[in-house]
Design a protein around this ligand. Structure first.
Ligand code: ASP
Ligand code: MG
Length: 591
């Protein structure tokens, strides 16, 4: 019999009526012939209330006791849910994380799942029960209760779906699906019928907030189809699957991360060891970098910029100031008020002009772009925070995201059910559950690099540049824009080698029109893309890439990062060597 997982978030179990409604939904699915596992969050804002209570008692409560406390929220709601199912005349059993056998490591308040036993759940299901599993919690090897981090019930649900080989993991929430943008900021945002894991991953951490990023990573890793639905209506919701929606236009969503800060190390020696030292120092301070932009300037110096969450800025500056001095960099500056705006979509890899459209939308509002970084399916820019909402709305409008739905098939697509794993496969799955997974490392030697040096930092700069390139018919792949001293910026792009001549013609025009230096270029470069899952939640992936390439004597000319890949550009002659170096470095993590 097919198993389906139904996960109910806090708002979907906020009071007794909602708990009963959720119970009815599970009963309905069971009567349609499925075995049903419900995964339930704590009621409403109960977790917040527990945290507040803890704070009233102590400024610094031990993490072990926080977990002990927070796990009660889910214990309460699973018991009530089981009572609700009983009261409606059906069989149910509630189980805590420990009772199921969700074994985690011992990092309290952000534990990672190590393994899940399915015996008890299967037995209970076979006895005709609806199984009601507490989300968010597990138990470590010493039998202490752990939790998976805020929002962790999504992860519990997807992990259970994976180990049980469930047909689908339904996520019931207070919105009726995944939207093209945050409807609170962009009132014209629309529901998507379908989105791919990669698009969702890029959007989720870009601030879309519908689901816990780690849960999507799990789903992608184990090909669990996710169906995001409203618990208050029977709407079609949004399917999250592997396949991109090819009927759609180039972009599926736009998102904002409001509170970031930009840090730039100026005039770093362009010796690879220097950048590595900076990354290492920041990683040692336990800070995750977001956008990383390294620009090759002339004179054997580079400027390295990155963004971090605002709350990490002072810690970051302490680390970076020190290392910049040691390395003899020219200095270090920061801007504490930036936001990141991203557009995401599989279509941008095949349709030209996406970058130009985004930059023009910002230029029309006279919004200055501070940094640009791209992946195959995402373009992110850093802008001043005061313009962030306006920027998001303008970009959403520029891609006509409010009306893309007309291009989409109306039928809700059905995912093929993954086959039930055999016991060996299951064990292997469990072992890999939380690991960094590298899906592929690709080498592209078909491109050239062009770098514009010292363009004046004015609104409309990027729009003018990329409109001119689009006019010349150039299909731009990677774009990296960094910050320089004195309101000057460098922009590096990669383009197909066959288009180098037309790119350089356009580039000379652009540089002349801004009255600045001639662009520099490499006629042949190698782009390496490390694609995978958990690239950002596992610290130090970028650092490992830099370090292993440096050890092989290979210099990185450009880098761009996103949730699902890190791209680096190196000299063409180093391409093959870089590929084998990276394959070696990530051999243990490669699928
Ligand atoms: N109750 C937990 C929280 O509020 C877990 C969850 O709801 O996913 O973070
Ligand atoms: Mg949640």
């Amino acid at each position: 019999m097919s198993i389906i997982i139904q996960k109910f978030g806090g708002t979907s179990v906020a009071d007794s009526e909602k708990i009963l409604a959720a119970a009815r939904r599970a009963i309905r699915a069971q009567s349609e012939g499925h075995q049903v596992v419900m995964v339930v969050s704590a009621m409403g804002k109960y977790t917040d209330r527990l945290i507040e209570l803890a704070r009233q008692i102590s400024d610094d409560p031990p993490d072990r006791e926080i977990d002990m406390l927070l796990a009660t929220g889910e214990q309460m709601s699973v018991a009530l849910m089981a009572m609700a199912v009983h009261s409606l005349g059906h069989r149910a059993i509630s189980l805590t994380g420990a009772q199921i056998g969700i074994i985690t490591d011992s990092i309290h308040t952000k534990a990672r799942i190590r393994s899940i036993s399915t015996e008890r759940i299967r037995k209970s299901l076979d006895e005709g029960n609806i199984v009601i599993a507490a989300g968010f919690q597990g138990i470590d090897e010493g039998a202490d209760i752990t939790t998976l981090g805020r929002g962790g019930s999504d992860t519990s649900a997807v992990a259970l779906a994976a180990v049980l080989g469930a047909e689908v993991c339904e996520i019931y929430t207070d919105v009726d699906g995944v939207y093209t943008s945050d409807p609170r900021v962009v009132p014209t945002a629309r529901r998507l019928e379908l989105i791919s894991y990669d698009e969702m991953l890029e959007l989720a951490t870009a601030g879309a907030g519908v689901m816990h990023g780690r849960a999507i990573e799990f789903a992608k890793k184990f090909a669990v189809p996710i169906h995001v639905r409203s618990s208050f209506s029977d709407g079609p919701g949004t399917m999250i699957l592997r396949e991109p929606d090819t009927t759609r236009q180039s972009v599926c969503g736009a998102a904002m991360v409001k509170d970031e800060a930009r840090v730039t190390v100026l005039g770093l020696p362009s010796d690879p060891e220097a950048a590595i030292a900076v990354f290492r120092r920041v990683a040692d301070a336990n800070i995750a970098l977001d956008m990383i932009v390294q620009n090759e300037t002339a004179e054997g110096r580079t400027d390295l910029s990155f963004t971090v969450l605002s709350e990490n800025l002072s810690k970051t500056l302490r680390a970076v100031d020190a290392v910049a001095k040691e390395l003899g960099a020219e200095g270090c500056c920061c801007d504490e008020n930036v936001s990141k705006i991203s557009v995401v979509g599989h279509g941008m890899a095949i349709r030209p002009g996406v970058a130009g459209t985004m930059f023009r939308a910002l230029a029309e509002k006279r919004i200055d772009i501070q940094l640009i970084t791209t992946s195959v399916i995402k373009i992110s820019v850093a802008v001043a925070r005061q313009f962030a909402q306006d920027a998001l709305r303008s970009v959403h409008e520029a891609f006509e995201l409010q009306s893309t739905m007309s291009a989409v098939a109306t039928e809700t697509p059905h995912a093929p059910a993954p086959k039930k794993p055999g016991s060996e496969e299951l064990l292997a799955r469990l072992e890999r559950m939380e690991k960094l997974i590298i899906e592929d490392i690709q080498l592209d030697q078909s491109q050239a690099r062009v770098t514009f040096l010292g363009l004046p930092e004015t609104p409309g700069l990027a729009a003018r540049t990329f409109d001119r390139l689009a006019e010349a018919g150039v299909i731009v792949d990677m774009i990296v824009q960094g910050k320089r001293r004195g309101r000057r910026v460098d922009i590096s792009v990669t383009v197909p080698r066959a288009q180098l001549a037309s790119t350089l013609d356009a580039a000379r025009d652009i540089s002349a029109s801004f009255d600045c230096r001639l662009p520099v270029h490499s006629p042949k470069v190698a782009k390496l893309s490390v694609l995978g899952v958990g690239m950002r939640s596992h610290a130090g992936v970028a650092a490992r890439i830099f370090q292993s390439l440096a050890a092989a004597g290979i210099k990185v000319e450009m880098v761009s990062t996103s949730e699902v890949c890190v791209n680096v550009v190196v000299a063409a002659r180093d391409g093959e060597k870089a590929l084998s170096t990276l394959r070696n470095e990530f051999a243990d993590e490669t699928l």
